[in-house]
Design a protein around this ligand. Sequence first.
Ligand SMILES: NC(=O)c1ccc[n+]([C@@H]2O[C@H](COP(=O)([O-])OP(=O)(O)OC[C@H]3O[C@@H](n4cnc5c(N)ncnc54)[C@H](OP(=O)(O)O)[C@@H]3O)[C@@H](O)[C@H]2O)c1
Length: 268
Amino acid sequence: MNKIIGFIGAGNMGEAMIKKLLESDDFNKQSIIVTAKTVETRKRIENTYNVTVLEDIKEIAKNADYLVLAVKPHQYEGILNQIRNELKENIIIISIAAGISSKFMRENLNNKTKFVNIMPNTPVMVGEGMIALYPNDSLTEEDISNLLSIFSIFGKVEVVDETLMDAVTAASGSSPAFVYMMIEAMADAAVLLGMKRDKAYTFAAQAVLGAAKMVLETKEHPAVLKDKVCSPGGTTIEGVKELENKNFRSAVINASIAVANKSKSMNK
Ligand SMILES: NC(=O)c1ccc[n+]([C@@H]2O[C@H](COP(=O)([O-])OP(=O)(O)OC[C@H]3O[C@@H](n4cnc5c(N)ncnc54)[C@H](OP(=O)(O)O)[C@@H]3O)[C@@H](O)[C@H]2O)c1
């Protein structure tokens, strides 16, 4: 793809995306331009990825065809104020921030500027991200199709209605943190049972990866897949009983609702 993709911000999410883009066939170091707030981050990104790193965010805005705003939600307004009148013609501004709505983007950009709201998660770094894309009427069918093909570099992309933004934040934006907690706990148990720690992480993480693939590829209901692991009077059902005793599913549902509520309270 003969397009320049710019990043304002190169923290957890910005850097994860830069890394993955560079591994793809469609982008290379000449097609990525980046800025960050501190000289430390700018130097680190330049040294690690050999991409063009600029100090002035306006220079990024003037040169990018796609511009990812990889800064915290509360910084959006200030950044958009600085770049609103400096944008390359036909640029598409990409919001990846939790709680930033298309209404907010429209209000903070000039009338004709194209933009899109996207909700990624950190597994974009390994090409297994789950990305929700909320299009709006600033975009043509071709723009949407180009965005889908760019974001499919990072994993699965689904076009969803903006009303589902908080649900997406819970289901895929924040949920990797819950899964990491589960993997850590599974590994701790394996260590307690005598397994070496590095092996314990491999066993736990591969079990989670395999289970996730089973859900996606067999399309069977998760409860059916669970039932297939639980033989009558066997080992697994003992563990399932413990999780039910501790309200495991209810805890996960409540954690997800808490994420969605927080996201809703932050919505702009
Ligand atoms: N982390 C996730 O799992 C996740 C998931 C979905 C969506 N998101 C969204 O992704 C966005 C970024 O999150 P993050 O976790 O990557 O945050 P982060 O690690 O704190 O990174 C923020 C980046 O923004 C840069 N920055 C701050 N102010 C700036 C300015 N005035 N000009 C240029 N760069 C500036 C920072 O520069 P320095 O490094 O120099 O300080 C840093 O590189 C957020 O809006 C978040 O909602 C994150």
